[in-house]
Design a protein around this ligand. Structure first.
Ligand code: MF3
Ligand code: CO
Length: 248
């Protein structure tokens, strides 16, 4: 069942999204060569608490951290660790913010210092693919229109789209219906209606799309060792088109 949100509820989610966006803006300068992903995690947790919000991911199905920090070949759900980030790395920081019971979800990939041309292109194309998806998030379209727009754009640029992790409805729960794949045929799936709130969160790989999970039970990485990037926004479908609740 898809839970339709009122304008007032969407406003509450937007408040959570504003804190999340402000946190990502802070991370732009905080993330640099020589820091660890654990330091990023601690920074985020402190920032959210300072702003009266909670890190929803911490404790979610036993997930132990406030953020997922996914470095290089890690696709998503990477554990923050003591490993130093070095020039040339890419890292995705994903978080879900809970403000007064309403949630917002946004992941962003960051370059550590100067990165290779290929890495930079992966970041640029992945971000642009998110916005191609958002353009299709209009009432009357179907979920497949979002999925297809992302896949067509990503593959035309020579990248693959991860299949095993997808976007989702969100509200007072992190994962609600509907599911939002980032690949697939157009004009299929659930029809979009004003009041739906979804995440769109494409993960693109330089190599093949296949993923595997580490011994820790969470960390998902590319099977072929290729790089992976991700950008995610929480989007409200409204009569006036898509509204990005986590826009930085
Ligand atoms: N933010 C992630 C998503 O897009 C969820 C991370 S899984 C968690 O759905 F367990 F860490 F929360
Ligand atoms: Co999400």
């Amino acid at each position: 069942m898809i839970i339709i949100k009122s304008k007032d509820e969407i406003l509450k989610m937007k408040k959570a999204g504003e804190i999340l966006a402000a946190c990502h803006r802070e991370l732009r300068t905080f993330i640099r060569p020589g820091i660890t992903t654990l330091e990023i995690d601690q920074f985020v947790e402190a920032f959210l608490k300072k702003n009266g919000a909670l890190p929803e991911q911490k404790g979610y199905h036993g997930y132990p951290f406030a953020t997922c920090t996914s470095v290089n070949d890690v696709i998503c759900h990477g554990f923050p660790s003591q490993t130093l980030l070095v020039e040339g790395d890419i890292v995705t920081v994903d978080m879900v913010v809970n403000l007064d019971g309403w949630l917002a979800d946004s992941a962003w990939s960051y370059a550590i210092g100067n990165v290779s041309e290929k890495s930079q292109k992966l970041l640029d194309v992945t971000k642009e693919s998110l916005y191609k998806g958002i353009e299709q998030a209009v009432a009357g379209n179907r979920i497949g229109d979002i999925s297809h727009a992302i896949q067509v754009f990503a593959e035309a640029q020579g990248f693959s789209v991860v299949r095993d992790f997808i976007g989702h409805g969100i509200g007072q729960e992190m994962h609600e219906e509907p599911q939002v794949p980032h690949y697939g045929p157009p004009h299929k799936g659930t029809r979009l209606k004003a009041g739906m709130v979804l995440t769109i969160e494409p993960m693109l790989n330089t190599g093949k799309y296949h993923s595997k999970i580490d011994q820790d039970g969470w960390t998902a990485r590319t099977v072929d060792g290729g790089l992976s990037a991700q950008y995610e926004h929480t989007i409200a479908i409204t009569e006036d088109g898509p509204v990005i609740l986590t826009e930085q």
